[in-house]
Design a protein around this ligand. Structure first.
Ligand code: PLP
Length: 412
């Protein structure tokens, strides 16, 4: 038979496949708590006021809105300066020195996933084909690294028996280095609001973890998809980046990779707006080499990023009034997620949920096993991800009672 018949059927995406099923469900009480998209108390995906205003500014500006030509391979120059300023001066003042020494390579990417794709391609071409991902993690991590040349996808213990297990995490890393062949290995760190568990290490625990990663010479890849959704303060939530860029403590001889997304904190999901930055250990020459390779990778992958979303982000980031509004928008989103969490805690006297207030961000790891998740879906039309992850943003005043009732019934 022709070679085309060698293509086997791939399993459906674990999360997006469920939404297809949800759309077909006829139950009027059906509730979709699968995807990580923020919805307001009325169940709507709304545009943040800051972003809507930025869109109006663009609409009214002939100059800003009529240029539909290609962006440069590395993205819009204004976007680069705005984002670098936001990340490495405002969110992480420790980064200013790296910027002034010209030690940060940057490309605008197709959101956080695109940043991970470009980072993993660069790493696998020149530096490393082994990566450590938390267990559990966002399922697409393994997929992206595999698709971009990584040969060894390994998992470090992150969450076990209903909680974070830092001791096992560090033991796994030590073992990895002992068993390795001496070539560099990478490690993915969720900057905050760990997906899917919603449980993050404390600052003290992060200090210990970073010390160990540094000692073992692993290459840190910080995945910051939820900046602002933890405390509601965009700047505050960049604590892992701030801690990592303490040069007296860590030199990161193979660089530090930051994959950053505006999907969640600007609600720009479908516009694909984000960035990859590589903090290099040395001088400008090295940065220029990395810049050139990043451009070569992007050119071969998708040529250049889309324009509109980055223009919206530019307006928000460069207009002081809109920026202030954006900070408020993010604060409101985080507060609503905290409110929903508290309401769940009030309604469910459920040991698995005792931890509710210690969790952060958009997700709650219910601890329900796949058969209970199936029961929830089949008997009550309440959709969670198979691993028991519940997206809090789908809960609101109209469905909290119904969902809590269903959760109680399946966990009896
Ligand atoms: N990393 C994590 C942990 C995520 O949860 C997500 C999105 O759900 C992403 C990265 C990337 O998202 P996007 O490509 O939409 O920015």
């Amino acid at each position: 038979p022709a070679a085309i018949y060698k293509i086997p059927r791939a399993p459906p995406d674990k999360i997006l496949g469920l939404t297809e099923e949800f759309n077909k469900d006829k139950n009027p009480n059906k509730t979709n708590l699968t995807v990580g998209i923020y919805k307001d108390n009325w169940g709507h995906v709304t545009t943040f006021p800051s972003v809507a205003r930025a869109q109006m500014v663009l609409d009214q500006s002939f100059e800003m809105n009529t240029d539909l030509s290609y962006l440069p391979i590395e993205g819009c120059p204004d976007f680069q300066s705005n984002v670098l300023q936001f990340l490495y001066k405002e969110s992480c003042p420790e980064g200013a020195e790296f910027l002034s020494k010209n030690r940060i390579s940057f490309v605008q990417t197709l959101s956080g996933t695109g940043a991970l794709a470009v980072a993993s391609k660069l790493l696998s071409l020149f530096m490393s084909k082994a990566v450590w991902i938390p267990n559990p993690s966002w399922p697409n991590h393994a997929n992206v690294f595999q698709n971009n040349g990584f040969k060894r996808i390994n998992y470090y213990t992150y969450y076990r028996d209903g909680g974070l297990d830092v001791d096992s995490w560090l033991q796994d890393l030590e073992q990895a280095v002992r068993d390795g062949d001496g070539s560099p290995q990478c490690i993915v760190l969720h900057a905050c609001c760990h997906n899917p568990t919603g449980v993050d290490p404390s600052l003290e625990q992060w200090r210990t973890i970073l010390d160990k990663i540094n000692e073992l010479n692993l290459i840190p890849i910080i995945d910051m998809a939820y900046q602002g959704l933890d405390t509601g303060d965009l700047h505050k939530d960049a604590y892992l980046l701030r801690m990592s860029l303490d040069e007296e403590r860590y030199q990161w001889p193979n660089g530090l990779f930051l994959c950053q997304s505006f999907a969640k904190n600007m609600g720009l999901y479908g516009e694909r707006v984000g960035s990859l930055s590589v903090v290099t250990p040395a001088d400008t020459e090295l940065k220029l080499n990395i810049d050139s390779q990043l451009k070569k990778i992007v050119r071969g992958m998708y040529s250049s990023p889309p324009g509109y979303g980055s223009r919206v982000a530019n307006v928000v980031l460069s207009n002081p009034e809109l920026k202030k509004t954006w900070f408020k928008d993010v604060q409101n989103m985080a507060s609503r997620l905290q409110y929903v969490r508290a309401e769940l805690g009030k309604r469910l006297d459920w040991p698995l949920l005792n931890n509710t207030r210690a969790n952060h961000g958009m997700f709650l790891y219910t601890g329900l096993d796949p058969s209970k998740v199936d029961q929830l879906r089949r008997n009550h039309s309440v959709y969670l991800v198979q691993d028991g992850r519940l997206s809090l943003s789908g809960l609101n005043d109209s469905n909290l009672d119904y969902v809590c009732d269903a959760l109680k019934k399946v966990s009896e």
